[in-house]
Design a protein around this ligand. Structure first.
Ligand SMILES: CC(C)(COP(=O)(O)OP(=O)(O)OC[C@H]1O[C@@H](n2cnc3c(N)ncnc32)[C@H](O)[C@@H]1OP(=O)(O)O)[C@@H](O)C(=O)NCCC(=O)NCCS
Length: 240
């Protein structure tokens, strides 16, 4: 049983909602009992700029691991501008300050989802690593792909990317190494009522969690303005 020790910092405290998981490593899809209920939500068009900021916050080494080359800011702009939120699925984890600390892109490779395949790419900001977010995003993408009727999920990884190889292998993916790159694939079982309900509930919880963070941020902003107004010097401007 894996334990996530509570830490006081914002990213961990905010994204974490619950407990409990189990590691495994067979050749088939491994459905792990979640030890960490992370609010992973589906991202739409209105999150494009936050996705851009998230990817640009990655250093050169991370960009190399994420894209297979050291993407510069212009290349990231082109990638983000080209994201198709209708065709593909983008997942994200926000912290309390509404900073996108982790995201994943599940791209469908064929004309139709059902019976087809998909490709997975992920990134977690350096300060939010090793808390299970990468693994949770992978599991969420697997569940979504399953529920869409996808048969195979692919993941292209640089062979030196130990963290990503571990995440995918732990979920049951097998890899074929081709020099500096490794291509992994995971055969997905058909959707079940359970997988569909689980995804629906997780999405609803994550959306609710996001709305609470938006409201909390607005409230704090408003409180700050009132505090400025009431401060003893009396120099603050009335907030409204
Ligand atoms: C790869 C990446 C997404 C992992 O994110 P993360 O949130 O830190 O990963 P997790 O916390 O879920 O860790 C998953 C497992 O990998 C292990 N791991 C994490 N970093 C590791 C490292 N540098 N070396 C070896 N293992 C590592 C963890 O211990 C964990 O194993 P466990 O389940 O046995 O405890 C993150 O490092 C990242 O964004 N890298 C840059 C972009 C990238 O490489 N993307 C992948 C290409 S698609």
């Amino acid at each position: 049983m894996k334990q996530f020790t509570p830490t006081p910092d914002d990213d961990a405290a905010d994204a974490r909602l619950g407990l409990g998981a189990q590691a495994s490593g067979s050749q088939e899809l491994v459905v792990r009992k979640p030890d960490l209920m992370v609010p992973i939500r589906s991202l739409g068009e209105n999150h494009r700029d936050r996705i851009r900021a998230h990817l640009k916050a990655l250093n050169d080494h991370d960009r190399y691991f994420r894209f297979g080359f050291t993407a510069n800011d212009e290349q990231i702009d082109r990638y983000v501008d080209g994201l198709n939120f209708e065709r593909d699925e983008i997942f994200g984890i926000y912290n309390r300050r509404l900073k996108l600390i982790a995201m994943a892109h599940l791209a469908y490779t064929g004309e139709t989802r059902a019976g087809g395949s998909s490709e997975f790419g992920v990134s977690v900001l350096a300060q939010a690593r090793c808390r299970g977010y990468g693994a949770r995003l992978f599991e969420r993408a697997v569940m979504h792909a399953r529920n869409e009727g996808v048969h195979t999920m692919y993941v292209h990884v640089l062979s030196e990317n130990a963290a990503m190889l571990k995440i995918a292998r732990s979920a049951g993916a097998t890899f074929v190494r081709d020099g500096p790159e490794s291509e992994g694939h995971l055969n997905l079982p058909p959707a079940t009522i359970n997988s569909q309900l689980t995804e629906m509930v997780e999405e609803q919880l994550a959306q609710a969690n996001y709305r609470i963070k938006v409201q909390a941020k607005q409230l704090l902003k408003r409180l700050g303005r009132f505090q400025a107004w009431w401060r003893p010097s009396g120099h603050g401007a009335h907030p409204d």
